[in-house]
Design a protein around this ligand. Structure first.
Ligand code: PA5
Length: 446
């Protein structure tokens, strides 16, 4: 298991001093993390999580996952933002985006409550027909509207199908250990409950029960995931920007930002990384985008998006750099066969694997984009397994925290997320929000 960061394809865009000049700030960020780990209000619980986690709860997660596997065909995971992206990213990274179609004997996992779409919700209800269903409701606050609506509907569905007592055995709740509506409901109804630690924010919570229960229920090895994260926690604690790829990455992205490259494209060449890109977007977007600062995180999948976004990346406004995630050893490969007629002219590829062709696409793209003014940082991992994923999760979490401190923002709050909620609640007539309703409607020309 290893992770390497290559900046060769970005060399022509940077001078040595660009990252060297950031070393004092990286060192200060490193010390902040070291010194504040025990301060609950600093939200640094993720930093030691790979070894400092609740072992009793970890065993309960594995037992609950076994029970789900034995009595469930469809597990509905209800949550939004940090309360679903990590689990979904992990399942797709390890099993591919078609994991629900390619049945491997484990429960299918569907994610709900991450939007307010009736049709999306009805589609999942349809999937549940004639299937044995369980629910994992995940909300740290226990009050978020999107998952709360979905949970009300799915819970009623379970009670109608199974009766109150059996439904309660099929509901797993992941929330705050003491506070919130969900915690109260869980206590009243006796649902098996798991905890989102106080000092771990939503987008840093994939290695808590938030991510671990759905990941384990899907048949994946959460011991190996934690092992990879734990090795990463050790490796990326080294205070040497040149030798520590996590700190080097934080320095490089801040160096690009200071040169006007304010958009970071998370680039993957495998569709199984698409949801990891969504997780990356939330992690960096919510952590850094504040106080009128921050790199805008976007994600593209190549070669797919070379046929849509490729034109802009090659030739449009010069505001981006790329962080491409590639994998050294691809399983489940395909080889192009020789064809006697060669009607399609593809015999020059005969005997070549798709991973080889994909890699040539990567090399060609990196050079073309460099020529067009878009540099690429390249993160490589050995293979797509749990240990490598655990390492990747930790790598990005720590790089994000360090980067946020270097940028001069608090990487662990998200004050901007409240603005839409206040307006939506007022417009919906939620008690307590009456005052601003009339003014908002006037602005909407109602
Ligand atoms: O990172 C965060 O804190 C947020 O994105 C939350 O994960 C998201 O808003 C969901 O919140 P909750 O788990 O409280 O329902």
């Amino acid at each position: 298991m290893s992770l390497a960061l290559k900046s060769d394809y970005a060399k022509q865009f940077l001078r040595e001093n660009d990252t060297l000049g950031l070393i004092p700030q990286i060192e200060a960020a490193h010390k902040t993390i070291q010194n504040k780990k025990d301060d609950m209000s600093a939200f640094l619980g993720w930093a030691d999580l790979p070894f400092n986690y609740d072992k009793e709860e970890f065993a309960r997660i594995k037992a609950a996952a076994k029970k789900i596997q034995s009595d469930t065909d469809v597990l509905i995971v209800i949550g939004i933002g940090g309360s679903y992206l990590g689990a979904r990213a992990a399942i797709e990274f390890l099993k591919g985006p078609m994991y629900n179609e390619i049945s491997d004997g484990f429960p299918k996992v569907y994610f709900s409550g991450n939007n307010i779409s009736g049709s999306a919700l009805n589609d999942i209800l349809k999937v549940c027909e004639n299937k044995r269903v369980s629910l994992n409701i995940i909300s740290k606050s226990g009050t978020t509207t999107e998952p709360a609506i979905a949970f009300r509907i799915f819970r009623k569905y379970l009670v109608e199908r199974y009766g109150e007592a059996e439904a309660s055995k099929r509901i797993y709740c992941t929330t705050d250990k003491a506070r919130g509506t969900l915690k109260e409901l869980a206590d009243q109804n006796g649902w098996e409950s798991f905890v989102v630690p106080d000092n771990v924010g939503g987008r840093y919570s994939v290695l808590t029960a938030v991510g671990l229960l759905p990941i384990a229920a899907a048949g994946l090895d959460i011991d190996a995931l934690m092992k990879g994260a734990s090795a990463a926690a050790k490796d990326y604690d080294v205070l040497d920007v040149e030798a520590n790829p996590c700190y080097k990455y934080a320095a490089l992205r801040n160096a690009f930002y200071r040169k006007g490259k304010s958009v970071e494209l998370f680039v993957s060449y495998e569709p199984r990384f698409v949801m990891l890109g969504e997780w990356f977007k939330q992690l960096f977007g919510e952590s850094e985008g504040k106080d009128n600062k921050g790199l805008f995180p976007a994600a593209v999948t190549f070669s797919t998006d070379l046929h849509s976004m490729g034109q802009f990346i090659q030739d449009g406004t010069r505001i981006m750099f790329e962080t491409a995630l590639t994998v050294n050893s691809v399983d489940n490969d395909v080889t192009v066969e020789y064809d006697d007629n060669n009607g399609d002219g593809l015999n020059f590829l005969a005997g070549k694997t798709l991973s080889y062709v994909n890699h040539k696409a990567f090399e060609g793209t990196v050079l073309a984009h460099a020529d067009g003014g878009t540099p690429t940082l390249n993160i490589t991992i050995d293979k797509c397994d749990e240990e490598n994923l655990g390492r990747l999760f930790y790598f990005f979490e720590k790089a994000c925290a360090i980067s946020g401190y270097v940028l001069g923002v608090n990487p662990f709050d998200q004050p901007g997320v409240e603005a839409y909620k206040k307006n939506m609640f007022a417009l919906l007539g939620k008690p307590g929000y009456e005052e601003s309703k009339a003014e908002l409607e006037k602005r909407l020309n109602k």
